[in-house]
Design a protein around this ligand. Structure first.
Ligand code: EPZ
Length: 420
């Protein structure tokens, strides 16, 4: 396994093009199961999770080519409706093949994804939606078996105790494209990635309204055709670079971004004193002097994204004053606190709250990544820390960031890989 070794203290300056969004790509790749016709997906990031979803589609009988940044999905004569534990357990997002497989083949068997370090990752809302569409659900041997003679449209309230669910919304929206009549999803996720999925489904011929709002309406059809689609930019990768600019007291211009996706993040960074300049499809983030402490609460979109929480914590750990982070989406998503404290941060956890007392300087240390966004937060801390930081287990990072170390090196960071 590799580790990243960072020599901190370099100010990052320059431009970076943001890659396509992992969290838009994965459900869109699952949606290609809804048609036998070829689909082309463009602007695809080269990630571990991209490869995992390709393996899953191939295991379900699709022929998948990934060349440059394009994925071409075609059907073969072989079809399987079983998504195997070995693959699903490595990437929870693969559970979103359930909806399209049920819609297309009226039956399927998908491994329950299991939990991970950021939380239990239940699927009760997915199953509530599937059941509401007149499907039969059996759980045995760690798998969900679903079947339906006919899927029937329904009104489904899909909000849970932590608010809306992104992938449950994706699963039900895809299943409903072939359900007889109209399906309404109330308390639907409003994330830009759901909007991108809806746009892809509409290109396939689906009839969907209200996407991007809490009430989505899907009119069931009998058939969807192939389509071509370019993935939206990754707003979490972009946000990670925004923090990289500020934590190193530098200035980074982000190209290929939709600034509408960053409402809560830009609002908070501006409140803390960051320089933010928007022009066309680019955003420049500039360190304009010592930042002020701030408080954030993570919420479903358009609230502050939980996927930016760990990165923000790194910035707050060297921001003067006391900052408070309240994690309302994954209350246990705090594995990075212990590692940041090993670098000299002063962070206390109180249940779903993290209290961060800013210190003048972090010091480099050997730290270990535990999950995707924690990996990014440790790298950001290493960029600012005095001395050498090594971040091990960076396979977590490679799941969701496309050549992050290379992009940071282009911006002036002193980073190199070593074998663990
Ligand atoms: C998506 O996961 C993202 N993954 C996650 O990004 C992101 O953190 C999350 O949405 C929240 O924004 C992808 O899109 C591939 P949820 P998802 O269902 O859909 C609870 C990353 O770092 N819940 O919106 O699985 C759940 O426990 C990853 O890129 C239920 O209770 O998340 C959580 O507390 C990490 N029952 C809350 O809802 C359910 O059936 C939101 O989860 C489903 C979810």
């Amino acid at each position: 396994m590799d580790k990243l070794v960072i020599k901190g203290g370099k100010r990052l300056k320059g431009e970076v093009a943001v890659s396509g969004s992992k969290n838009a790509l994965l459900p869109i790749m699952a949606a290609t199961l809804l048609t036998d016709e070829p689909c082309r997906i463009k602007g695809v990031p080269k990630l571990r999770d991209t490869m995992t979803m390709i393996k899953i589609l191939r295991s379900l009988g699709k022929a998948v080519e990934f060349r440059d940044a394009d994925i071409l999905v075609k059907s073969t004569k072989r079809v399987s409706t079983v998504a195997d534990y070995k693959l699903v357990s490595t990437m929870r997002a693969s559970f979103c093949v359930l909806g399209p497989l049920l819609a297309k083949y009226k039956k399927c068997k998908v491994s329950l994804p299991g939990g991970c370090v950021i939380g239990l990752r239940p699927v009760d809302l997915h199953l509530k939606g599937i059941k509401a569409l007149n499907a039969r659900i059996d759980i045995e041997g760690g798998y969900v078996k679903v079947s339906a003679a006919r899927l029937l449209g329904n009104h489904i309230y899909l909000g849970g105790s932590f608010g809306s669910s992104v992938l449950a919304t994706a699963n039900i929206m895809m299943a409903a494209t072939f359900a007889q009549g109209v399906t309404e999803i109330e308390s639907a996720a409003c994330e830009p990635e759901i909007v991108d999925l809806a746009r892809f489904l509409i290109k396939m011929g689906a009839k969907i309204k209200g996407y991007g709002t809490p009430l989505i309406q899907i009119k069931g059809l009998k058939h969807l055709h192939g389509a071509e689609h370019s993935i939206i930019p990754d707003r979490i990768e972009a946000g990670t670079f925004m923090i990289a600019a500020l934590i190193t007291r530098g200035e980074i211009k982000l190209k290929n971004v939709s600034w509408q996706h960053f409402g809560a993040v830009l609002d908070k960074l501006k409140e803390m004193g960051a320089g933010i300049y928007k022009k066309d499809k680019a955003i420049t983030i500039k360190f304009n002097g010592p930042l002020k402490s701030g408080n954030i609460t993570t919420l479903p979109y358009p609230g502050f994204p939980t996927d930016m929480q760990a990165q923000m914590m790194s910035l707050m750990s060297i921001t003067q004053g006391v900052s408070i982070i309240t994690e309302k989406v994954y209350p246990d998503r705090f594995m990075h606190i212990a590692e940041l404290n090993r670098m000299g941060a002063h962070i206390q956890r109180q249940g779903p709250h993290a209290i961060i007392s800013g210190v003048r300087q972090l010091s480099g240390a050997d730290v270990m990544a535990s999950d995707l966004r924690a990996s990014a937060s440790l790298i950001l801390a290493g960029l600012a820390a005095e001395g050498r930081t090594s971040v091990s287990r960076i396979y977590h990072l490679e799941r969701g960031y496309d050549k992050l170390d290379e992009k940071l090196i282009m911006l002036g960071a002193d980073i190199h890989r070593e074998k663990e």
